[in-house]
Write a protein that binds this ligand. Structure first.
Ligand SMILES: *[C@@H]1O[C@H](CO)[C@@H](O)[C@H](O)[C@H]1NC(C)=O
Ligand SMILES: *[C@@H]1O[C@H](CO)[C@@H](O)[C@H](O)[C@H]1NC(C)=O
Ligand SMILES: *[C@@H]1O[C@H](CO)[C@@H](O)[C@H](O)[C@H]1NC(C)=O
Length: 297
């Protein structure tokens, strides 16, 4: 299941790129034909991805003056990108200039949580399900801090699957404090989110926002948790491997030295034997020498 609906929305926006308006910059257009694509819920206007319509009836497509994304659709590397909006403001879907964020109760464009201003104490209820604690449901800005009565927003996205058949994805969003609470579909009252392993019907009911085959499960992107004993075992293995390597090298070195020592001793013995035999030969020669001399005399 798509636990992060923002990535789903981006993915749908990618796949619906072909539906964007086709009028190039400078061509006539009309704002009255602006509408949301029924499948992807993306804003479609007469103008291409690079422009917006300047007038309500007899307008022309003019270049966009702001962008929402770091890398917006439709622009090539050679195109000059319009600027991102400064903090506290947002760029509407049309791209026709930055506006100040909207307070709770004000209108926002569909699912554009970032168009809503944050609360003073936004840290208390900000989560991955909202934008700094604010959320846009049914195109109205609100804080995502409800604890009793709540608002629920079901959106069905349709796309073409691999086999050419249409498939639907329902994204359910609500203004309850998350992830501790979720909005009950039938009661419209915030209820406590279910822990791992509890039975569920939709992602929203689970603390981890992932319902798989009727049970709350860890989402696929959950980081792997390594138990302390696994750390200890790994450390022991590493230290053991290092120590046995050192020990082995020391042993090899010792053997090497012993071999050299033996070689040197053998050489020394050989030399001293040789020397003593030379000395013996010499002294034998010296002992017989004078007698020969005297015989000669
Ligand atoms: C729009 O343009 C058409 C033809 O160019 C013209 O007849 C019509 O009056 C214009 N409408 C407005 C509101 O300017
Ligand atoms: C939600 O937060 C706003 C702003 O801090 C506060 O005025 C409001 O009372 C809160 N609502 C609930 C239900 O806690
Ligand atoms: C939202 O959609 C579900 C089905 O996916 C449905 O059961 C539920 O009643 C809907 N809730 C609202 C408030 O529309």
């Amino acid at each position: 299941m798509f636990s992060d609906c923002r990535s789903l929305i981006f993915w749908i926006a990618f796949s619906s790129l072909a539906y964007a308006g086709s009028s190039g910059l400078g061509q006539p257009c009309s704002v009255s034909r602006n509408h949301l694509d029924p499948n992807s819920h993306k804003l479609i206007s007469d103008c291409s991805e690079l422009g917006y319509c300047s007038g309500s009836v007899n307008g022309t497509c003019v270049p966009r003056t702001c962008r929402r994304d770091e890398f917006p659709f439709g622009y090539t590397a050679a195109d000059a990108l319009p600027p991102l909006c400064p903090p506290g403001s947002f760029c509407p879907d049309e791209g026709n200039g930055c506006r100040a964020q909207v307070s709770p109760g004000g209108a926002c464009q569909m699912n554009r949580d970032e168009q809503c201003a944050r609360a003073v104490n936004w840290q208390d209820f900000a989560s991955s399900d909202n934008f700094y604690g604010s959320i846009c449901l049914h195109s109205i800005c609100m804080y995502a801090n409800a604890t009793t009565a709540c608002v629920i927003d079901n959106t069905t996205y349709t796309d073409v699957g691999f086999n050419g058949r249409l498939f639907n994805t329902v994204v359910v969003r609500d203004n309850c404090r998350s992830p501790q609470l979720y909005c009950g579909q039938d009661t419209l009252v915030c209820e406590r989110s279910k822990v791992l392993g509890s039975s569920c019907q939709i992602d929203q009911e689970c603390q981890e926002r992932n319902c798989l085959s009727g049970l709350c499960t860890e989402p696929p992107e959950t980081p792997l948790h390594v138990a302390p004993w696994q750390y200890v075992l790994t450390a022991i293995c590493i230290v053991g491997a290092m120590m046995s390597t050192c020990l082995l090298l020391t042993l090899i070195h010792k053997r090497h030295r012993l071999k050299r020592y033996r070689e040197l001793r053998e050489y020394y013995m050989e030399q001293s034997t040789l020397r003593s035999s030379i000395v013996a030969l010499h002294s034998a020669a010296a002992g017989t020498g004078p007698r020969l001399d005297s015989k000669r005399k």
